[in-house]
Write a protein that binds this ligand. Sequence first.
Ligand code: ADP
Length: 151
Amino acid sequence: YSGKKTITTASESMMNLKVKDFQSLPVVVSENMTVYDAIVQLFLEDVGTLFVVDEHSFLQGVLSRKDLLRTSLGTQELTKIPVHIIMTRMPNIAYCKKSDSLIVAAKKLIERQVDSLPVVNETDKGLEIVGRLTKTNITKAFISLAETHDL
Ligand code: ADP
């Protein structure tokens, strides 16, 4: 006996997985950063999505690879356009919290057809970004279940 849990408890463990156990570090840029600098940041940080914050560090928007590519095709002025012009903005941002079930967050990724969710702390004044949850994090969780259960 390997000491690992049986397959009968696999679905139970799946329901117990939390966002906080699989989240990554967020990469954040300011609303006034240029599209050009945001593209540089995307490469330097090796991420697919940047979160955009205001001067109080509250979440204001999301920038995906395709948001940046679309703008690159449409204009020569990448060093002049601030990212707030092209980002997807609040209140249309799908997000999750550290304590959320990973399954619920994964469903949100699929339903909203996005690659990542900001992990936030909800305050009276706005959303503080504390993490980033991506499809890669969900895939890692999937593997961790298989390892826990000897599947
Ligand atoms: P890509 O656009 O590179 O395929 P996504 O599928 O993540 O990457 O993004 C698709 C669109 O949805 C983009 O316009 C992006 O700004 C937006 N988006 C990305 N993540 C979120 C999110 N968590 N909430 C709302 N919109 C998002």
